[in-house]
Structures are given as structure tokens and as C-alpha cells.
Design a protein around this ligand. Sequence first.
Ligand code: MRU
Length: 370
Amino acid sequence: MENALNMDTVRLSDDLKHVVLLDQTLLPNETKYLTLDKAEDIWEAIYALRVRGAPAIGVCGAYAYYVLANQIETENMDEFVELCTKMMEYVNSSRPTAVNLSWALNRMHGVLMAEKDNLSVADMKVRLMKEANDIREEDIQISRNIGQYGFELLEKLGKGVGVMTHCNAGTLATAKYGTALAPMYIALENGWDGKKDLHVYCDETRPLLQGARLSAYEMQAAGIDTYVQCDNMASYSMKEGKIGIIFVGCDRVAANGDFANKIGTSGVAIIAKHYGIPFYVCAPSSTIDMTMESGDEIHIEQRPANEVTETWYAKRMAPEGVGVVNPCFDVTDHSLVTGIITEKGIAYAPFKESFEAMGIKPVEKFVDKK
Ligand code: MRU
């Protein structure tokens, strides 16, 4: 079983003309990379969760911006800007909840707007490639920092701790290391024995099984004592005293600390509060959207009904014609959150003040405006 840390979730191809993605819909049974350079194929890869996880789709968005901008055949900067704007809006429409996609596209477009009067189109393309590579490299460092802060919490709880997580916020969801699973990778680097010192409980994460297929794979391949539990078993494990801490990722954090993450996260937080288990959200600062005051403003992606009724089943498992709810994310109230681990440190309530003290500010938006 290949350690997922050795897999590139998303990168630029060696010929510098394609986005290379690990197709996560096939894991853990098959390891296949896609090499894409068409806007529609990149859109489909993000929509279909071939690449998924907020930071990873941010990095993918940055490379998509560069790869597609690089194909634009004009030397006229105004025309280049107009075509980049359209392309960016199209890529951004693939998934609405994770702010990292629009964050990365906004950052790429911000470079274009800031430097368009000083560079030729050809030089701008080189500049955009550098920005996309920087976004990927920074994501690796950010994830390591989050892992380090999370590891310090594990150290306080002591070896043998049980960690619960929901969905996949591991190395597969970022450029490397992950957010919610990064503390475990850092623990191994610090000499912890994965079989004795860590016990990781992965919620299966209906309906697309990111916990069973991806988190369980990552943790097991890294040599950690790993368990998969159906989502409705989380309360049982907490009551049994198996869980010392919960780490989850997030797709968008509002200024007050409310956050969207994979559907089911809010239930985990409510149960954790009941049992007094510390509940931490792992959030690169790019996931913190200071333009949104509360979680009420976060748009929740709705997904096709067949993901609930058919996907993964040998036969359809719900009657034809039945109504289906399939929200992809839910919003957890900030009152349920013990702390938000960022690459700059751990934010505690009141979260807005804590974010501001870390220098986290609203970013300029060209797409994903209110
Ligand atoms: O629908 P997905 O698989 O993209 O959902 C992913 C999550 O909810 C993750 O927890 C979140 O994006 C953080 S990934 C570091």
C-alpha cells in the first residue's frame, strides 16, 4: 500500500502545459493520474470530486488558471484580461462552498490586474505559472504548520490517544500532509509509533465515502492503527471513551468561527460537546472568509440524488421516485468549536478578534462576490 504522502494530489505537468491530478474517485483500489488541459475536463474533475478537499481544489484552480491562460492566443493585454476573467468564472462555477477555489483564482487574477500594465502577455504567462507554483508550495508549508500545532495538542493528551475525524482532510485534500490528518503525520515524524501511540477513527462519510476510501487509506498506509466507522457510530465511540480529540477540516470559515465542512460534521460537533471531547477545526487562513460575518451566508452545494441512492451499491437501494436530500456540506456553529488551528496558530473564541490578531483579513474578490 503506497504511502499517500508520496503521491502528488495536484501538480503542473513536466511540459508545463497540463494540470496533473490524482483521480480520487478511484482510490483506494486504483492509483491513476489524469493529465488535463481543457477547461471542460478540469471543470468536470473538480465537480466530480476527482480532485477534492478545499486546499487541493485551490491549488487545482491556480494551475487551471495558468494552464488555460497559457493557451490564450493574443498579444493584446486587454483581450487577455477579458478572456482570463471569463475562464476564471467558468472554473469557479464547478464547486461553490470551498472558498479556496475562488481564493486561488482571485489571487491569480489579482496578480494579472496588478501587473498587467508592466508586462507583455508572454511575460505575464510566466508570472502566472510562478504564482500557481507558489500557491502549491505555500500549501505544503501551511499544512505542515497546522500539523505541528495539532501535534502539540496530541502531545498534551499523551501517547495512545484516540483521534476522530470526518471526511478526508489529509494529504489527498491538500498539496501535501493535509490539515486534520497532518498532526498524525507530524507525530510519526517525531517518533510516535503509529500502531501503539495513535488510534484514528475515520467516519465513513456518506454518501461519497471520503472517510472510508481516503482517510482510512491514508492513515493505514502511513502505518497508523486505523478504524472505519459508519457515520452513525461516532456517538458510540465517543461514549465508549475511545476518543480523546476530534480534528476536522473545513471548506469555509466565517468571521465569527461558524464553518462549513462535509455533511455530518455539525452532528459530530454536537455529540462531542455532549461528551466533553475537544473539537478542533483545521483551517489554512485561505479557508477563512472574513467577508462573511456568519455561517448563514455560506452557500451549500447540493449534489445529485444518485450519489445517495445508487453510488457504491450493486443495486439501487432506495425506491424509484423517492425524494432525496443531498447537501454536500453543513455549517457548524462556532459555539461548538474548541479551537481553529491555522498555520499562524490556534484561534479561540471570540474567533473574529483572534483571526484579526493573526493578521487574517478579507481578500479582494473578482469572483465569489456577495
Ligand atoms: O466534498 P469534498 O470531498 O471536497 O469535501 C472535503 C471536506 O469537507 C474537507 O473536510 C475540507 O475540504 C477540508 S480538506 C483539507
